[in-house]
Design a protein around this ligand. Structure first.
Ligand code: ZN
Length: 92
């Protein structure tokens, strides 16, 4: 699934609830999920890591949508390598 499709799916699935909850609450959910990801990386098994990476990605997408950011466009900054030096690998 590409990033734009993922952002659309997440918005169709959770967007109405996320907009009602608001940006600040969504940000707290995102941070909470990052904490759960840290726990999964430290002590989790493969299935737990897979789940938590998915949750963090979904909340990142939600935040982008709530702030009117197209994540595919954001990712495109890195399409040719480092957006600063243009290197691939980065030579900054
Ligand atoms: Zn660089």
């Amino acid at each position: 699934m590409d990033i734009r499709t993922f952002q659309t799916v997440i918005d169709e699935t959770y967007g109405a609830r996320d907009r009602a909850r608001g940006e600040a609450a969504a940000f707290l959910w995102f941070v909470e999920e990052v904490g759960e990801l840290a726990e999964a990386i430290r002590r989790g098994d493969e299935a737990e890591r897979l789940g938590e990476f998915g949750d963090v990605l979904a909340w990142l997408v939600t935040l982008a949508t709530l702030h009117g950011v197209d994540l595919a466009a954001a990712a495109a900054r890195f399409a040719a390598g480092c957006p600063k030096c243009g290197g691939r690998p980065c030579t900054c």
